[in-house]
Ligand binder design. Structure first.
Ligand SMILES: *Cc1c(COP(=O)(O)O)cnc(C)c1O
Length: 400
């Protein structure tokens, strides 16, 4: 079927909760995507960093076939032979004590919220139903009703209330504001090390260390959402590793499966994860053997192919090239590793039209917020392909 017909079908029968670029992708291989007409595009979004390992990585294709023909789901009513190995390997790789597997990122965030609150009541001793979690302006942690309830993005909330209480919003990157916002009921700080959806906002150096210190002083947990920034994207396994911090918990998802399957997890210390007892929390698909086998392989690929270090190198290279572009439309170029944002001036006509022009030129990316173009190719991208991309980006930014 041609893309026009497929788009019409989607418009007619699908809910209109997205506004995608009108390219209909049929196939992916590494950093490249192919539409139904055979046109080739460079993927500069990686499904919001879920495809850090590149599309259809051969090792993951083999693994999904192998495990898919063996065992896919038992539920947690029984044990399976993949979950223990995923938990062990994740803990060895990350240094955390325990793993709680879920499916989507938002579910892992919800899991972390439950852990933070219960820790607050059972360990810190906060009075019943008084726990507060500190979150930040321009945060993005997913789309459940509880999570959008503490968003500062109006559209995420409008029409979906009433919302869950117990969250306090603080300006991002401002340590004094955070300091003032702690109360005796603050049980945790939930923070992104770089705000992805919020516009690729990089906080001042030392921000997480300072937050950690405030958490220590106030007997609160530091929980980091690395769903987008983690697993190599920002040039380290975790973006928080640029600083001397040791969070009490971290939330991962997206690239945990290399884009093959929804897999997420909350990783935490024994003290935090110890709040969960049988029956407290669960998920039918969480920790299923197909998800676990795929994740184990996806993690091994990150290590074997040295993807975090490659992201650091490629990211620094791309950032410096982007910074060299002379365009009155560009306000700022910023990022960490291969999570890069180009913020356009308010009068540049919005980021969307740049993304559309880039798609025409064979490069797929997505605006985030009105005026930021996000660049986040698979971490496997080589220098030659980065140069290919740069020529097109420069052309669009200089000529539009
Ligand atoms: C994508 C994302 C989420 C939500 O993940 P879903 O799988 O879409 O539910 C949460 N936090 C951050 C930082 C994200 O980028």
């Amino acid at each position: 079927m041609k893309s026009r017909e497929l788009i019409e079908l989607e418009e007619k029968f699908g809910a209109h909760n997205y506004f995608p670029l009108d390219v209909v992708i049929e196939r992916g291989e590494g950093v490249w995507l192919y539409d139904v007409h055979g046109n080739k595009y460079l993927d500069f979004l990686s499904a919001y960093s879920a495809v850090n390992q590149g599309h259809c990585h051969p090792r993951l294709v083999a693994k999904i076939k192998e495990q898919g023909g063996k065992l896919t789901l038992t539920s947690r009513a029984f044990r399976n032979d993949q979950l223990p190995l995923l938990c062990k390997e994740l803990c060895e790789l990350t240094g955390f004590d325990k793993v709680l597997p879920m499916n989507s990122g938002a579910e892992a965030v919800e899991t972390a919220i439950k852990a933070m609150r219960k820790w607050g009541y059972t360990v810190k001793g906060v009075e019943k139903d008084r726990a507060e979690i500190m979150v930040f302006h321009n945060n993005f942690h997913g789309r459940t009703t509880t999570i959008v309830g503490f968003s500062t993005e109006q559209q995420y909330q409008q029409g979906f209330g009433p919302f869950t209480p117990g969250f306090s919003l603080v300006p991002y990157g401002d340590i004094n504001a955070a300091k003032k916002a702690f109360t005796r009921n603050t049980v945790a700080v939930l923070v992104e090390p770089v705000q992805g959806e919020g516009g690729i906002n990089v906080p001042p150096a030392g921000y997480l260390e300072d937050l950690q210190e405030l958490c220590r002083q106030n007997h609160a947990l530091l929980i980091v959402d690395e769903i987008q920034t983690g697993l190599g994207r920002c040039g380290r396994l975790f973006a928080y590793q640029y600083e001397d911090v040791r969070p009490d918990g971290v939330i991962i998802g997206k690239a945990l499966s290399g884009g093959f399957y929804p897999v997420s997890a909350f990783l935490a210390s024994d003290e935090v994860m110890g709040v969960f007892h049988p029956g407290d929390h669960g998920s039918t698909f969480g920790g299923n053997p197909l998800a676990c086998a795929i994740s184990r392989e996806a993690l091994r690929i990150l290590v074997d192919e040295n993807l975090a270090a490659r992201a650091a190198e490629s990211g620094a290279y791309l950032l410096s090239r982007l910074a060299s572009i002379q365009s009155r439309h560009i306000k700022e170029v910023r990022g960490k590793g291969l999570l890069i944002g180009v913020e356009l001036e308010a009068d540049a006509g919005g980021a969307r039209r740049y993304c559309e022009a880039l798609a025409q030129a064979g490069l797929l990316c997505k605006e985030t917020h009105e005026n930021v173009v996000r660049f986040a190719p698979p971490l496997t991208i080589d220098k030659e392909t980065l140069d290919w991309a740069f020529v097109r980006i420069k052309g669009v930014l200089e000529n539009l």
